[in-house]
Design a protein around this ligand. Structure first.
Ligand SMILES: [Zn+2]
Length: 191
């Protein structure tokens, strides 16, 4: 794949011009220069406007669990996550990570995953808000850590939604994201 095209996409992302970065990525995919990989992580292919909005959230993400990263490193890993979301290959998504100190014990892939989960969650919350959901139920997965489990079954107002991933998750510190917490919308037909 032409290095110049990739540099162009990264340059657009660095300037926050997601729309342009997205059209470059789509152009590359159209020319089948991406080796048959799904367009985005977990093969979640979003409609154009949603994809652009999602990448904007990624470029702005500040999960508390990453508060140990320096500001330049946070910017680098956001860029890397955006490239991942745009469907670029492993070697390309690591390009922004020059002199990246990282955050032990989390691998760079875990860091990207964390930003991905955080941004996806913010997107979900915004959507709940748009459709008038007022309350959320916290549901922990079967094999999550004690802290995440302690929230299980609690109901909270949408505006009091916790951050995701849970900043107090005990297992994330060992380099693993536990099953974690999910916010389920509470649908009350009396509202
Ligand atoms: Zn946890």
């Amino acid at each position: 794949m032409s290095e110049n095209i990739i540099k162009k996409a990264i340059g657009h992302l660095e300037l926050g011009d997601v729309k342009q970065a997205y059209s470059v990525a789509k152009e590359i995919q159209k020319n089948q220069l991406i080796d048959g990989k799904p367009k985005s992580p977990f093969a979640i292919n979003l409609p154009d406007s949603q994809q652009i909005n999602f990448i904007e959230l990624i470029l702005d993400a500040k999960p508390q669990l990453l508060s140990g990263l320096s500001k330049p490193d946070l910017i680098k890993i956001r860029l890397s996550t955006a490239l991942w979301q745009l469907g670029f290959s492993e070697s390309t998504i690591n390009l922004p990570l020059v002199d990246f100190a990282g955050l032990s014990p989390l691998s760079n892939q875990r860091l990207r995953l964390l930003i991905f989960i955080h941004s996806r969650y913010l997107e979900n919350l915004a959507q709940f808000k748009r459709i008038g959901i007022k309350r959320l139920e916290l549901v922990s997965s079967g094999n999550c850590c004690q802290n995440c489990q302690s929230y299980d079954g609690q109901e909270i107002a949408l505006e009091d939604a916790l951050e995701a991933p849970n900043p107090d998750c005990l297992e994330i510190k060992d380099g693993v994201i536990c099953g974690g917490l999910i916010c389920k919308p509470v649908i009350n037909f009396d509202d």
